[in-house]
Design a protein around this ligand. Structure first.
Ligand code: IVH
Length: 673
């Protein structure tokens, strides 16, 4: 019989080897053995662990998590997406926010909405799944849809309860909150990380949970994802329950009504933020009433029911070394000040946006000037003012370029029909891929998270592939020569095979994402969705040409003149047509993901007249949530015409002629149940 000692020795040897391979693979990006050998060794270790119970070590490399999340952590889909927040910076932003939600909810009386006000801790969010009171798994936010399974690391955090016995705790729930590090604990990590947030993120993603445990990470809970039975009415009640269940919640959480009060509270908080134990970058305002939250829903990847009110940030002085003009995907010319690197609140800043030509002239910003630079959260730092007392005698006024610095085309300021003013932004007039900088940005957009979402093909890689002439148009991504890439510095068999896999995976895409990925000006995610529902397949989309009858599009709710003009311009460009046809060959369209109950599946609706107690926007969103579609003209495809107060008689008559069901708002309510 083999002795226990010998087994342990053999096991340890294998683990040591596995750790060595792991380190080279993840840490040094330089694998020592191929995948087959690696997997074989891993299986050997697992088999030993299975056979000899005494070997089961919690920190075995077969169960411990990796160095780098994108490569090494198992992915896990969130049962309910983890959304992000839209930002407000001042009183006006908040006013606009409230106006929008009041319109949506059809509320005229102000100040009666209650907000749960919570500090926005600057850490890393995580979602913890509890079943029958037991912590089952913990996942990072990732892209909001799926994150990395970092259960073992999260379990090392003392603030995270692993068992909850309370009767009121739901049988199955995702508790969400922020993992962060207190400023005093950051002190001894200062040399390793730029700021506490990076330190928290780095520690949380240690390969070895033992390493995570060494860092005093903390956790504050603030929301939930999926849940099975939770009969609470308000966010503030939920926070109270979190506390009772054993979670840490912020002691600064409050309930406040009215923007004026929100702003007063914000000001008080901002003044004392530096005395707090940890970094916060603003306050989060959540509509307290869950029923109203549900009505408001989300738009894009942010809920309508919450907003982050950011702090006005930290600032510092530096000198402008140069002014660069960046050309964006849509041709916008953005002046960027290259400044002498300066540490602003823990982040080294070497670029600051100057916004546009008008901003430069208004502030008379010049190369060589000493300027005050402000950084607010994750927003690009910007120049606030010039210290003219430090200006040199020979300094010269800055003149904005009259031609695109990338392709030499004319630059213009567009006239905005809505505001009846010229835009502040100057734009390169070339369309399509004639302008090099625009083309690179378009390709970056094509592969970005919300578009094709190709892992391993980041912005820097796109730039490199462009320089090497590997890509010129989006579909060149599908024709890459992997043998050539493998020979490049920093690339190897493994990274190439990962890239190949990610590109292959990206070919399966929904029509709305594909339309969005083209980066057509004014066609964002929402509009791409609306168009995809109307146009149905990519074949139809690709057939659009300059002779296409765009009038049809005018009937689509949400699409206006601006979008149509942009589409016309897009389709009149030859290169864009080449791109569409090029892409077409490689894409495999899949159905849109729907998280809806489907009550109105294949049903179409239209409204006429003013609805009572509900805004059009909300009524539409209710229909869409139930898989129904909205039409904006009466035609044979319409199933229901819903009539409110003072409807258009012509529409009702047309509907009757076409034998379309004309229903009152009450009937619609009944249908919705
Ligand atoms: S609620 C559904 N509450 O902010 C909205 N988020 O920009 C998002 N955060 O990813 C979750 N404090 O990392 C919420 N009290 C708080 C928060 C908070 C910080 C972070 C969180 C989230 C990000 C959104």
């Amino acid at each position: 019989m083999i002795k226990k000692k010998e087994i342990i020795k053999e096991y340890n040897k294998k683990i040591e080897l596995l750790n060595k391979y792991n380190k080279h693979y993840y840490d040094k990006n330089n694998p020592l053995v191929d995948d087959i050998k690696f997997d074989h060794l891993k299986i050997e270790v697992q088999n030993l662990e299975k056979k000899y119970i005494f070997l089961k070590d919690r920190l075995s490399p077969t169960i411990s998590v990796g160095y780098k999340p994108s490569k090494n952590f198992e992915k896990s889909k969130h049962r309910v997406p983890m959304l992000s927040l839209s930002n407000a910076f001042d009183y006006e932003d908040l006013q606009n926010y409230e106006k929008k939600i009041f319109n949506f909810l059809n509320i005229t009386k102000k100040n009666d909405i209650e907000y749960s006000v919570e500090p926005k801790i600057d850490g890393i969010s995580a979602s913890l799944t509890y079943k029958e009171g037991k912590l089952i798994s913990g996942v990072s936010r990732g892209d909001g849809k799926e994150g990395e399974l970092i259960t073992e690391n999260l379990k090392t955090i003392a603030d995270i309860p692993q068992t909850i016995v309370s009767k009121s705790f739901p049988k199955d729930i995702d508790i969400r909150g922020e993992v962060f590090i207190a400023n005093k604990d950051f002190e001894y990590l200062k040399d390793k990380f730029a700021n506490p947030r990076n330190a928290a993120s780095g520690s949380l993603r240690q390969k070895n949970p033992k390493e995570t445990k060494k860092i005093p990470l903390r956790f504050i809970a603030y929301t939930f994802g999926y849940f099975d039975k939770l009969s609470l009415k308000k966010q503030s009640e939920f926070i109270q329950h979190l506390k009772n269940w054993g979670f840490k919640v912020s002691k600064f959480n409050k309930v406040i009504s009215g923007i004026d009060n929100l702003v007063i509270n914000h000001k008080n908080f901002e003044d004392q933020r530096h005395d707090l134990e940890y970094d916060i970058d603003g306050l989060v305002y959540k509509i307290n009433d869950f029923e109203i939250q549900k009505r408001l829903g989300a738009v894009g990847n942010a809920p309508r029911w919450a907003i982050a009110h950011k702090f006005s940030s930290v600032s510092s002085f530096s000198k402008i070394l140069n002014i660069d003009i960046q050309v964006g995907r849509t041709g916008a010319l953005t002046p960027v000040a290259k400044i002498k690197p300066v540490n602003i609140g823990g982040v080294v800043v070497s670029n600051a946006t100057l916004h546009n030509e008008d901003e430069i002239s208004r502030k008379d910003i010049r190369v060589g000037d000493t300027v005050k630079i402000e950084r607010a959260g994750d927003v690009i730092p910007h120049v606030i003012s010039v210290d003219t007392s430090k200006r040199l005698n020979n300094s010269k006024k800055y003149y904005f370029p009259q031609k695109c610095p990338s392709c030499g085309s004319k630059v213009i300021k567009e006239y905005n029909n809505l505001t009846k003013k010229y835009d502040a932004v100057k734009r390169c007039t070339s369309e399509g891929f004639e302008c090099e900088k625009m083309a690179i940005e378009k390709i970056k957009h094509f592969i970005s998270k919300d578009a094709l979402n190709i892992d391993g093909l980041g912005k820097k890689v796109v730039e490199k592939f462009w320089d090497l002439k590997f890509i010129r148009l989006p579909h060149d991504i599908f024709k890459l020569d992997y043998n050539k890439i493998e020979k490049l510095d920093g690339w190897g068999k493994l990274s190439v095979s990962n890239l190949k896999y990610a590109i292959e995976k990206s070919r399966k895409i929904t029509l709305e994402k594909l339309i969005f990925s083209l980066g057509i000006r004014h066609i964002g995610q929402e509009n791409a969705k609306i168009i995809s529902q109307h146009i149905k397949n990519f074949e139809n989309f690709s057939k659009i040409s300059s002779g296409f009858n765009f009038e049809n599009f005018l009937n689509i709710d949400g699409i206006g003149e601006t979008q149509i003009n942009s589409l016309k311009k897009f389709f009149s460009n030859q290169t864009n047509l080449i791109v569409i046809n090029g892409i077409k060959k490689y894409m495999i369209l899949k159905k849109s993901e729907k998280t809806v109950s489907g009550k109105f599946k294949n049903k179409t609706f239209m409204f006429t007249g003013k609805l009572e107690g509900i805004s059009r926007a909300e009524a539409k969103s209710l229909i869409e949530k139930n898989s129904g579609k909205i039409l904006s003209s009466v035609n044979s495809k319409l199933n229901y015409l819903i009539i409110g107060d003072k409807p258009t008689t012509r529409k009702i008559n047309q509907a009757i002629d076409l034998k379309i069901k004309v229903i009152k708002q009450e009937d619609f309510k009944k249908m919705l149940n």
